[in-house]
Write a protein that binds this ligand. Structure first.
Ligand code: AP5
Ligand code: MG
Length: 229
């Protein structure tokens, strides 16, 4: 999967589909940073910045924060030195206006030969509820699942030894609202990537490793096809 061209992968999928998990694995494999919209926003909340205070309630209810807030953080992050060879976006764009803004932004930071693909991880609403119901997170950024990806010691992060916790928006009623927003907004975005021949669809209802292998295989095939074509 190594190429000198810039690679930009945009991960789509419902809440809990494994975007963050898979983005981190691909990031590790091809050495480009995974940039998570949700993570950037949660850092603002954790750090109690003015932005964080303004968005905390919206996020804990599962609503979308204003475009200006997420785009300021995200576009700044995309320009950092470690993203010069490309990056993986997780959780952005989430609605048509964000999609339009991203396309405009990418025109400014990518060249003709750069490779931009969308990866859609398909997971049913039923599975989403099981995934998010068992998710545990650490302040250091690590994510676990009590059954599918448990820490070595119950309730404790393998990486930093801190106590794991439940994400504020992983309550059943909030999960339902997040799913509603996802299904309402996603169609025109996916349609755009499908029409441009850059959409990779992955069955997300397999083990974490199997989903990873599926993504690597599809992305490699598409990159090779375009590079040699
Ligand atoms: P964000 O953090 O992006 O949340 P999300 O899209 O709802 O997705 P999640 O992070 O919940 O799930 P994921 O797909 O990353 O799954 P994960 O890998 O963790 O956004 C949070 C909030 O921020 C939004 O609600 C909104 O308020 C705001 N926001 C973010 N972006 C915004 C934007 N663009 N505009 C406006 N507002 C925005 O996996 C889930 C669980 O399943 C884990 O426990 C994991 O271990 C487990 N798991 C993963 N893969 C598998 C597998 N294959 N099999 C079994 N278990 C698995
Ligand atoms: Mg995530």
């Amino acid at each position: 999967m190594r190429t000198k061209r810039k690679i930009i992968l945009i991960f789509f999928g419902p809440p809990g589909s494994g975007k963050g998990t898979q983005a981190e694995m691909i990031s590790e494999k091809i050495k480009i940073p995974a940039i998570s919209a949700g993570k950037l926003l949660r850092e603002e909340v954790e750090n109690k910045t003015e932005t964080g205070k303004a968005i905390e309630k919206i996020m804990s209810r599962g609503g979308l924060v204003p475009n200006s807030v997420i785009e300021k953080l995200l576009f700044k992050r995309m320009l950092k030195k470690d993203a010069a060879r490309g990056f993986i976006l997780d959780g952005y764009p989430r609605k048509k206006s964000q999609q339009d803004n991203l396309i405009k932004k990418l025109e400014g930071v990518t060249g003709q030969k750069d490779k931009i693909f969308a990866v859609l991880i398909n997971v049913s609403d039923k599975e989403v509820k099981i995934r998010l119901g068992g998710r545990r997170i650490c302040a250091c950024g690590a994510t676990y699942h009590i059954k599918f990806n448990p820490p070595k010691k119950k309730g404790i992060c393998d990486l930093c030894g801190s106590k794991l916790r439940i994400r504020a928006d992983d309550k059943p009623s909030v999960i339902a609202d997040r799913l509603k927003i996802y299904h309402k907004e996603i169609a025109p975005i996916i349609d755009y990537w499908k029409k441009s021949g850059r959409l990779i669809k992955v069955d997300g209802e397999r083990s974490i490793e199997a989903v990873h292998r599926g993504i690597v295989k599809s992305v490699s095939a598409l990159i090779n096809k375009i590079v040699s074509g």
